[in-house]
Design a protein around this ligand. Structure first.
Ligand code: ATR
Length: 281
């Protein structure tokens, strides 16, 4: 949107996070508003004080917000209601403000399920999930809901064991990963994310025991984990589709309209390719 198109009726949407400057959400949501001819704009908000931010959302009548690191859990105590799925996951990535009420949702799990379903049916398949944070919770919820069999692997046993009880699936500490195999390995840890692109969460040899390796990281597009997976014959999938699909579900929850998903994906791929060329220079 050009600033000259902003007028007294422009609706405001945005993302709350810290940091937030590398988020691709403004790119995809503004593109969708433009394509659908909507008088709306989506802005990044760098937030220190989440409670204060919620007052601001009410006062300014902001229609919808994406929620990212580190507020996905903390925000729960400041909003009016939370849907059953977000409650079961224990994290919110989307809020909607209507008729004086702020409702929290989670679309991350839908993003990951849709993205996996494009390469592998989930039902009765075995997934090894690395990590036990908020992202892992959304992944585990989605896999269980679709009838998959996840195994949790985490560096800190206490956290992994807690998720193992909550989502009723086995847990193994990270140093036992050599004993595991499955249809798909999913990395939900931040290991390998820009700028630490020379790191991988697991030794390369482990990857030959998986047909598919999904890294929910999308920057860089090909993490060290995915490069090593390809070397060992596994199909490597990055987190771009998961990101775009969770965003598309947010857009639908706010506007009731279908966003241009393929165009959003292409815009993200283009932007990330430009970034990676710049960072190589
Ligand atoms: P998010 O909410 O984005 O999932 P998080 O709650 O900070 O982020 O969780 C990150 C996960 O990545 C954690 O499970 C963390 O392992 P610990 O439970 O042991 O802290 C995992 N993680 C982060 N850095 C890691 C590393 N260098 N090696 C292995 N696991 C790591």
């Amino acid at each position: 949107m050009f600033t000259s198109e902003i007028d007294a009726k422009t609706q405001i949407y945005g993302i709350i996070g810290n940091p937030v400057e590398h988020s691709m959400s403004p790119l995809i949501h503004n593109l969708a508003f433009r394509r659908l001819g909507m008088n709306a704009v989506y802005l990044p908000f760098l937030v220190q004080d989440i409670k204060g931010a919620i007052y601001g959302i009410r006062a300014f009548q902001i229609r919808g917000m994406s929620i990212t690191i580190p507020f996905k859990t903390e925000i729960i105590k400041y909003i009016d209601e939370i849907d059953d799925t977000a409650r079961a996951i224990g994290a919110i990535n989307t809020i909607r403000f209507t008729e004086d009420r702020i409702t929290g949702f989670n679309t991350d799990w839908l993003g990951v399920v849709r993205s996996i379903q494009e390469f592998l049916p989930i039902k009765d398949r075995k997934f090894v999930v690395l990590g036990a944070g908020g992202a892992a919770r959304a992944v585990l919820f989605g896999l269980k809901k679709e009838g998959g069999n996840p195994i949790i692997v985490n560096r800190t046993p206490a956290k992994g064991e807690m998720l193992s009880r909550e989502f009723e699936c086995p847990f193994f500490p990270l140093n036992q990963i050599d004993d595991l195999q499955g249809d798909c390995l999913i990395n939900t840890t931040p290991v390998g994310m820009f700028p630490d692109i020379d790191k991988s969460p697991v030794p390369g040899k482990v990857l030959s025991r998986f047909g598919f390796v999904l890294d929910i990281i999308y920057n860089p597009l090909k993490t060290k984990l995915l490069k090593e997976a390809e070397k060992r014959g596994a199909v490597a999938i990055n987190g771009v589709k998961m990101f775009v699909y969770q965003g598309a579900e947010q857009f639908k929850a706010w506007t009731g309209k279908e966003p241009p998903v393929k165009e959003m994906e292409n815009a993200v791929l283009k932007q990330l390719s430009i970034r990676s060329i710049k960072s190589e220079k």
